[in-house]
Design a protein around this ligand. Structure first.
Ligand SMILES: Cc1cc2nc3c(=O)[nH]c(=O)nc-3n(C[C@H](O)[C@H](O)[C@H](O)COP(=O)(O)OP(=O)(O)OC[C@H]3O[C@@H](n4cnc5c(N)ncnc54)[C@H](O)[C@@H]3O)c2cc1C
Length: 255
């Protein structure tokens, strides 16, 4: 399996979906998880900042109360699925921000694409690897977020973050094995059998792959584009995009 695809799907399924499923309200789950499961929404999680990586509790992004709303200011860095098309922000994010004086006084908010003040700072180019997984800088300038978008308790998100990272802890193993896989694949002359890989994907992963294959720019050449295409047009080369956007209807009819 393409490691970059795994990374993108992990950010969507673990950092966004699992996090919201555990910490969100029923209403939040109904609003976002149904779309996340259909592939209509690709999610991510914003924790890291230009000046706060390993020392994540040193983050500077702040959320201040204004009337019934929260106003977020700050910059997040290295956000997987931060953009899907290289031009706009991704669809929705769980964003950690400082809401009190203590280092652990963090709260979590759902921020959606098109909220005023929320923008793509830059798509990170020329990563050492995982290039088919888009990574971005996201900028928050007076982003007004309604109270109903707070996930979990006020100043209670540090625990949510650490628990979610524990789930993601399996990522340490995953990313390590992905690195080994990248090395192994680099030594093989032929492309992996994308069609066979496609057949191993679960339905939610396929829907995620279809969505990304429609919107990711060509130079990324994500394996899922090839996998989706190869199931529809078996002779499609790796660097070609499906000429007809795969539709949910045809995806369902094949199963
Ligand atoms: C491809 C990719 C995708 C990512 N996706 C996301 C995402 O979706 N969301 C998100 O929030 N973040 C994401 N990140 C950011 C990631 O969480 C950070 O890179 C990570 O937390 C490390 O932070 P840093 O890169 O600033 O490294 P630093 O914190 O600067 O660390 C650099 C090195 O110093 C070591 N180090 C740091 N502090 C200490 C210490 N006190 N003692 C000993 N050694 C130390 C570290 O182990 C590391 O080897 C992503 C990063 C990458 C590369």
């Amino acid at each position: 399996m393409d490691p970059a695809f795994c990374l993108s799907y992990l950010a969507h399924s673990t950092l966004f979906v699992n996090n919201l499923n555990i910490n969100g309200t029923h209403e939040q789950k109904m609003k976002y998880l149904t779309k996340a499961s259909s592939g209509e929404l690709i999610g991510g999680m914003c924790m890291s900042e230009p000046g706060a990586g390993t020392d994540v509790l040193g983050m500077g992004t702040k959320a201040s109360k204004r009337g019934d709303d929260w106003v977020i200011n700050g910059t997040k860095m290295w956000i997987t699925n931060g953009t899907v098309d290289g031009v706009n922000t991704g669809d929705a994010f769980l964003v950690y921000a400082r809401t009190g004086e203590k280092r652990t006084d963090l709260s979590m908010f759902i921020v959606e694409k098109d909220m005023p003040g929320f923008s793509l700072g830059q798509k990170i180019e020329d990563k050492l690897g995982m290039r088919a997984s888009m990574t971005a800088e996201l900028v928050f300038e007076d982003v007004v977020v309604p109270e109903e978008n707070m996930v979990g308790n006020l100043n209670g998100a540090a625990l949510c973050m650490m628990r979610n990272l524990e789930v993601r802890g399996s990522e340490t193993v995953n990313v390590g094995s992905e690195a080994v896989n990248v090395g192994n694949e680099a030594q093989r002359s032929e492309l992996p059998d994308a069609a066979a890989i496609y057949d191993t994907l679960t339905p939610p992963t396929r829907r995620f792959a279809h969505r990304r294959s429609r919107e990711s720019p060509l130079p990324q050449c994500p394996l899922e584009s090839h996998a989706v295409a190869s199931r529809r047009w078996p002779s499609t080369p790796c660097n070609a995009r499906p000429s007809v956007p795969p539709s949910e209807t045809s995806d369902r009819s094949r199963r």
